[in-house]
Design a protein around this ligand. Structure first.
Ligand code: PMP
Length: 291
């Protein structure tokens, strides 16, 4: 990763990719005082950029630090990173963290940094390939309660169990892991939300202890526009067998059909196809109204 060409926006300046470094005594590295975003640009425009920027600011605020830039400035910096790297379809990664001035748990005097990188992260599968679906393993880790950790922030500390779950799933030949929450309800995958389909009815876990993804909200809207009903509720793992289709949503994952969760099989079909297509249209930049 650090060998790439290109530019990273770092505390207000464009820095060559390989020079965008942090000190080893960075608070964010030791105590996870770090928040980030994952965004995608399509046709040169970042989809729902302001929502991502607002979530970044919210995440930082939740971790008790203030970004030294306004939402407008962050949006503009994201656009500059794309332009400087001549990227049109790309993944954009803003990250903010507390610096290295003092290294102990309290860190109010540590400088808050912001960096923004972008790189090409294509969807590796054709729609036909994607429709075969990916296989998920149940994770042994559970999403923690809102009283245990600020679970609505997109914060580095919440990803420790995601990495562990994903590693275990991959070691066992699965593409990803699905996590339950602290009560035993179905929660989310390691970097994506999950939906289940039966006929024209879609059900998705209620996001009361995990990220209510921007793609998730987009999909709920698209599903309704395409004639599906959408119910957000607590879901038990035992009830998954009654559903025909399943898919994941996320900025990186987009809409990814699922063929297996543990020992429950799904057959990606009409709903997955319709919503993948609808999403791929939705993310394209809106052209100015024809004159
Ligand atoms: N859950 C987790 C744990 C994630 O990392 C992501 C990706 N940001 C999502 C859900 C989906 O969020 P979004 O649609 O906003 O990318």
């Amino acid at each position: 990763m650090d060998q790439r060409d290109g530019w990273i926006w770092y505390d207000g300046a464009m820095v060559p990719w390989g020079d965008a470094k942090v000190h080893v005594l960075t608070h964010g590295l030791h105590y996870a005082s770090s928040v980030f975003e994952g965004e995608r640009a399509y046709g040169g425009e970042i989809f729902k950029l302001r929502e991502h920027t607002d979530r970044l600011i919210f995440s930082a605020d939740t971790l008790d630090f203030e970004l030294p830039y306004s939402a407008d400035e962050i949006d503009e910096a994201c656009r500059q990173v794309l332009a400087k790297n001549s990227l049109v379809d790309a993944y954009v990664r803003p990250v903010a963290w507390r610096g290295s001035e003092e290294l102990s748990v309290p860190a109010r005097n540590n400088k808050v940094h912001l960096a923004i990188a972008a790189w090409v992260w294509p969807s590796y599968f054709s729609p036909e390939e994607k429709l075969k679906g990916i296989r998920l393993e149940w994770s042994k880790w559970r999403r923690p309660s809102p009283e245990t950790i600020p679970c609505k922030a997109k914060a580095a500390g919440l990803y420790m169990i995601c990495t562990l779950s994903k590693h275990a799933a991959m070691d066992n030949g699965f593409a990803d892991a699905l996590m339950l929450d602290y009560r035993g309800y179905v929660a989310e995958a390691t970097g994506a939300n999950v939906f289940f389909v039966k006929g024209k009815e879609i059900t998705t876990p209620k996001p009361d202890c995990f990220l209510d993804g921007i793609t998730r909200r987009t999909l709920i809207d698209l599903a309704k526009r395409n004639g599906y009903t959408v119910t957000e509720r607590h879901m038990k793992p035992e009830e998954l067998g009654q559903f025909d289709e399943c898919f994941l949503t996320g900025t990186a994952a987009e809409v990814t059909p699922v063929s297996l969760i543990g020992d429950v099989a799904f057959t990606p079909g009409e709903a997955c196809r319709t919503l993948m297509d609808a999403y791929s249209v939705e993310v394209q930049p809106k052209k100015a109204a024809a004159e």
